[in-house]
Design a protein around this ligand. Structure first.
Ligand SMILES: [Fe+2]
Ligand SMILES: [Fe+2]
Length: 475
């Protein structure tokens, strides 16, 4: 009897997003390790597999990953989820004056190795992507090269011209990218046995809080983007956004809120010390792999404890965010160990994010289903806090796409007087302009209900949500 690995159905956007994550991973690994290191080799193999699959399924040759206006673009569509985690990739392409990367379908793995080794180096003054391409050719790398930059209204990077993005999404995206870039630096530093500089992490937590205060900013909407990133940085940022948004309803102590945000940003810092293959495995982990993976909590706490200037709240959250009030979970302790409320907040947001985000191996769960799952977890979560979290986050969280009873499609922008009647922005074709205007018109469904127009909301399936985002040009 033979076993065949199940392949998920092909989706070009998902595969291109995966490819961007893999390119980012390959670049980070090329910075940290020698070219012969297994992590470098594995990340090159991952890029090769995904490029081949994209070439086969879409017929593209070369497969082009382009950048334009701070976004990653594949076949004329901005990849929002991929762009969130790709700040460094975009930055490196800009340093070379390039508009993207072209992978000719016939490339060899040795060519990829040459390419990433060359890309990881900084360009010499006066050189650009043409010099890099010329150098690559002399090293027998003929099928992987950098593209010329995309020029608005004229030439383009590969075959990819970017669709325009809504202004507010761009602002939120750039900010998101900056936080993820910071977490990448923290991870690289921890991997190399270096120290964590907490000041910029606290500064970013403060900035996140300011952005949350500004209701027009789409941070919580971005927190619901159903695409994933290779290094789980996006996960940590989303947990921080959710944690601070929740904690704002519990306290108005801004210093404490910033400490909570910092603790949430660093809660999974121990994952920097987990083998790459285990961290990014798309298979069910073996018992031994699971045991190693679970060590990230104690490794993270240990790492933070090695710093004189680390915050006890951050140490506690890193250590305790997989422990349960009933004593189950990990790490196990010899004596009773009560978790603090900040750890409980981070834990609830951690579980919610994990359930509602897409991963390479699973579809995102709707918030309502996630709440049901979390309520069914009983004493594994702090029940009192969980109920409050559901109240604050809403039945329809910010960023959720919903369909109204008149068939209109809307995105939730704020909670309303009733959990079932949030404030929304309509995304119908005649309202598409709302997304690109500086101040989109917000519709309070409670007012609509008073006027007699019954506003029934239902959740969109992931496929419907994708279709709507496509229509609104948000992906
Ligand atoms: Fe964790
Ligand atoms: Fe986590």
């Amino acid at each position: 009897m033979t076993a065949t690995a199940l392949m998920p159905p092909f989706d070009a956007t998902t595969q291109a997003t995966l490819l961007v994550d893999e390119i980012t991973a390959a670049l980070v690994n090329a910075r940290i390790y020698e070219p012969t290191h297994p992590r470098v080799q594995n990340s090159l193999a991952a890029v090769r597999t995904t490029v081949r699959r994209l070439a086969e399924e879409t017929g593209a040759d070369p497969v082009c990953i382009a950048t334009a206006d701070g976004m990653v673009v594949f076949q004329q569509r901005p990849l929002l989820g991929a762009s969130i985690g790709a700040a460094r990739l975009i930055d490196q392409l800009q340093q070379w004056g390039a508009g993207g990367i072209a992978f000719g379908a016939a490339f060899e793995t040795s060519e990829l190795a040459e390419f990433f080794a060359a890309m990881a180096a900084r360009p010499q003054p006066g050189t650009d992507f043409t010099h890099l391409n010329a150098t690559l050719t002399t090293r027998n790398c003929r099928h992987v090269s950098l593209l010329a930059p995309f020029v608005q209204g004229g030439g383009e990077a590969g075959d990819d011209a970017a669709m325009p993005m809504p202004g507010t999404v761009k602002v939120g995206l750039r900010f998101y990218q900056a936080v993820i870039d910071l977490l990448q630096n923290v991870t690289v530093s921890v991997c190399r046995g270096g120290r964590i500089d907490f000041a910029p992490v606290q500064t970013q937590a403060e900035q996140l809080l300011k952005q949350l205060d500004d209701k027009d900013e789409p941070l919580l909407g971005l927190a619901r983007q159903d695409q994933y990133d290779a290094f789980t940085f996006g996960h940590s940022v989303r947990v921080a956004v959710l944690s601070m948004n929740f904690a704002r309803a519990l306290t108005d102590d801004r210093d404490l809120l910033i400490r909570i945000g910092t603790a949430a940003l660093l809660h999974d810092v121990g994952k920097s010390l987990i083998p790459f293959e285990i961290l990014h495995s798309t298979q069910i982990l073996s018992e031994e792999e699971r045991r190693q993976m679970n060590r990230h909590a104690e490794l993270g706490a240990e790492c933070l404890l090695c710093h004189d200037d680390s915050d006890p709240l951050a140490i506690a959250a890193a250590f305790g965010h997989h422990r349960a009030p009933d004593g189950s979970g990990y790490p196990r302790t010899v004596h009773d160990h009560e978790t603090d409320v900040v750890t409980d907040i981070v834990k609830i947001c951690d579980v919610f994010e994990a359930l509602t985000a897409a991963r390479p191996y699973k579809q995102p769960m709707s918030p309502i289903r996630a709440y049901r799952v979390m309520l069914a977890m009983g004493d594994k979560l702090n029940r009192r806090l969980l109920r409050r979290f559901i109240e604050v986050n809403g039945v329809y969280p910010i960023g959720q796409l919903v369909e109204l009873d008149d068939g209109g499609v809307a995105m939730v922008r704020a909670q309303g007087a009733s959990p079932l009647q949030p404030k929304v922005v309509l995304l119908d074709s005649e309202h598409d302009q709302d997304l690109v205007e500086a101040e989109p018109q917000i519709l309070d469904l409670a007012d609509v209900a008073c006027a007699g127009a019954r506003a029934i909301l239902r959740e969109l399936t992931p496929d419907q949500a994708r279709e709507c985002l496509d229509r609104a040009g948000e992906r």
